[in-house]
Design a protein around this ligand. Structure first.
Ligand code: MN
Length: 394
């Protein structure tokens, strides 16, 4: 482990992960999953070690109900919950699926209440108290989400927290539904809601690229749970990336999670394969380039000690590092790449290959492993054929 990171670590306790890949993740434009596909992702999530799997939104379709039933009856270590509006019909559908937990939500912000639902704050709190009480009477473990909580007056949020706690909810989720929260504001909100003596969770969206930062801030302020999705898929710009949150929370902030980090790379590839939603190459932790090195200065450092240019050993998340030849490459990096291919070149051949790689780079081309092998073979032929004379001095 990197001494630099280790020195920044403190033991800050455990953060629970509610994975919502199968609910908010499936709300990603372009993604739709069959019950069998949901089941296979749930099995992987359970192996990965998430605390709670949000299986879906049963009232929306027969397939959602089928998936939730399958997942709820699988005997997973993870708890299984599903989404419901603050409506009896929604809650009954969830009960029919056999889940032990329920995630009831309702908008709390004035803009939502006034413009979309056309009800008053008082009507909202009454409706929520009734719904939570109904779920409680059926023995469900209840998490309540205040939708658009981050655009709701603090006074109203804390009032709702008190109401749902009294009605039997054990977790209050602050949903940053449109992704406008900042880390400082999130800390304040978590502290305000915690004053109602209820466990706090956060559900962050990534509209400004702050979902992970806001989730970390929430944990620092005492939130006990974070909602996340594999590779951050979800409505619009997506949700908190599970793999980014887990690695930052553990390695930079000293929290622990139940996640088997060595499975992260494989798990994200698995979800991407099923959803058909690609993982961007520059995605932290799991993107193709996250442990790829190209510049000569970096590749030389990596060969001396990988921690010179890597935040942590890629093996921790089930990956390996790789080097790419390009115009910023130096002799060290290209020789190292060739060694991995079991190719050893003499100094002159190596110099020839390095020059060709740089020429290619200057004309806008990168050099793949395959092309590098071909250049290495060409270098031997060229040297053997005496073409070196024309190549001298370049
Ligand atoms: Mn959401």
């Amino acid at each position: 482990m990197d001494a630099g990171i280790a020195s920044a670590r403190k033991d800050r306790g455990r953060v629970r992960i509610l994975d919502t890949t199968l609910r908010d993740g499936e709300q990603t434009p372009g993604i739709s999953l069959t019950p069998e596909q949901k089941m296979s992702i749930a099995t992987m999530l359970d192996d990965l070690g998430v605390d709670t799997i949000e299986a879906g939104f049963p009232i929306t379709s027969a397939g959602e109900q089928e998936a939730a039933k399958m997942i709820a009856s699988s005997g997973f270590s993870a708890k299984v919950t599903c989404l419901a509006r603050a409506e009896k019909g929604d809650i009954e559908k969830a009960i029919d699926c056999g889940v032990s937990g329920i995630h009831i939500f309702m908008s709390s912000s004035d803009i939502h209440l006034r413009e979309q639902f056309r009800i008053s704050r008082e009507e909202m709190t009454e409706k929520v108290a009734e719904a939570v009480g109904f779920a409680k009477a059926h023995g469900l473990e209840i998490e309540f989400s205040a939708m658009d909580a981050t655009r709701t007056e603090t006074e109203h949020i804390t009032e709702i927290a008190n109401v749902v706690r009294d009605a039997g909810a054990t977790m209050f989720d602050i949903a940053d539904t449109v992704g406008i929260c900042t880390p400082d504001r999130m800390k304040e909100l978590v502290r305000d809601v915690s004053a109602a003596h209820i466990d706090v969770s956060v559900h962050c969206h990534n509209d400004f690229g702050l979902a992970v930062a806001n989730s970390i801030a929430a944990a620092e302020a005492g939130a006990s749970q974070v909602h996340a999705t594999m590779t951050g898929i979800g409505e619009r710009a997506g949700n908190t990336s599970l793999e980014e949150f887990v690695m930052a929370a553990q390695m930079l902030y000293g929290f622990s999670t139940g996640i088997r980090t060595g499975m992260l790379a494989e798990a994200c590839r698995f979800v991407s394969g099923i959803t058909g939603f690609p993982v961007p190459p520059n995605k932290p932790i799991v993107g193709r380039n996250a442990f790829g090195h190209k510049s000569g200065i970096h590749t030389q450092g990596i060969m001396e000690n990988p921690l010179t240019y890597e935040p942590f050993d890629p093996g921790i998340v089930g990956r390996g590092r790789w080097l790419q030849a390009g115009k910023h490459s130096g002799r060290h990096g290209i020789a190292a790449q060739l060694r991995e291919l079991n190719i050893s070149l003499g100094a002159r051949e190596l110099g020839w290959v390095v020059r060709r790689v740089k020429e290619r780079g200057d004309s806008g081309k990168t050099t793949s492993t395959e092309e590098l092998m071909q250049l290495a073979l060409a270098s031997r032929q060229t040297m053997a054929g005496g073409v070196i004379a024309s190549d001298g001095g370049t």
